[in-house]
Design a protein around this ligand. Structure first.
Ligand SMILES: C[S@@+](CC[C@H](N)C(=O)[O-])C[C@H]1O[C@@H](n2cnc3c(N)ncnc32)[C@H](O)[C@@H]1O
Length: 278
């Protein structure tokens, strides 16, 4: 039985019939915390009952929170408590990687799990990776943990996320191969050293794309994340067109992959872009 059907079955005598349809259809689990996004305001009075039911159904879950939004540019999520213990710090394990996290302070997208796995498989031995939006190591830490010849330089400007990044590097015992850099990637991205650059953020400007190009040594990949309307997934990427015209490098979009549905109208895409400087 699906989660929503289970909820409907167990709450059918506790809430009005017309509201049963508005129950959430799913949730994500980070560590021992279940995150439900945007509960329908019409079921506000039943949030706690829903949360307690979820805790009783799923043995992994000790706490339920609702995530309302994420505030740019430091990506601070807006979290409200729904049921269980009142705490937002947890420890999440995925692809052998431990992520210490405070869900109230930093973002971690469970929907990017396939991308984390894809990157672990896609990199070649001995690559040097630049993660320009490192957060707590979301995309790049699993690569270093699972691929012993890889080195990563991860840049992050949010002090809280950066402190978790350093903690996660330590708990995963990769401080000899993961080098955190605190600062704005527009001024802190090293030059001519990387085989691959991760740009896991949507509000990227041309200055940042130029920093990604300059980070590549000779030739390599840029993984550029963007949002696109569902009816126009092949839309041209303006930033890449500008780079092709202005940089003097050979730049080619090899593939545009769908990462996840971001909202009813938008898809999260990743463009795999190959850069050849010679
Ligand atoms: C959306 S999060 C990364 C999420 C990650 N890609 C994932 O898979 O879950 C983006 C991170 O980039 C950081 N960030 C945004 N702009 C930045 C900048 N100019 N320099 C350094 N870090 C930046 C934010 O503080 C945030 O922690």
């Amino acid at each position: 039985m699906k989660f929503k059907e289970k909820l409907q079955e167990s709450l059918k005598r506790k809430m009005p019939k017309d509201l049963l349809d508005r129950l959430p259809s799913g949730y994500a689990v980070i560590g021992d915390i279940a995150v439900i996004r945007h509960l329908n305001p019409k079921i506000d009075d039943y949030k706690r009952t829903i949360g307690e039911k979820l805790i009783s159904i799923d043995p992994q879950v000790k706490i339920v929170v609702e995530q309302l939004d994420t505030i740019s540019p430091y990506r601070k999520p807006v979290i409200t408590h729904v049921a269980g213990e009142k705490r937002t710090k947890t420890s999440h394990k995925e692809f052998n990687t431990i992520f210490k996290i405070d869900l109230e302070s930093v973002t971690f997208s469970p929907g990017n799990k396939n991308e984390r796995n894809h990157l672990i498989q896609a990199v070649n031995d001995n690559e040097v990776i630049c993660d320009m939006f490192a957060c707590i190591g979301n995309l790049s830490l699993p690569i270093v943990v699972n691929r012993p010849s890889i080195r990563v330089y991860g840049i992050e400007w949010n002090q809280i996320a950066f402190d978790f990044l350093k903690q996660n590097i330590a708990v995963n015992k990769v401080s000899n191969r993961y080098f955190p850099i605190y600062g704005n990637n527009r001024t802190s991205t090293p030059k001519n050293f990387a085989t691959r650059v991760l740009m896991g953020y949507f509000d990227i400007d041309y200055n940042q794309f130029r920093c990604a190009l300059e980070a590549i040594e000779n030739q390599g990949w840029i993984h550029y994340h963007s949002l696109a309307p569902r009816d126009n997934l092949e839309q041209p990427i303006e930033i890449v067109k500008q780079a092709i015209n202005e940089s003097g490098y050979k730049i080619e979009v090899k593939e545009i992959r769908q990462i996840k549905k971001y909202s009813p109208r938008l898809y999260h895409l990743c463009s795999d872009i190959f850069v050849d400087k010679y």
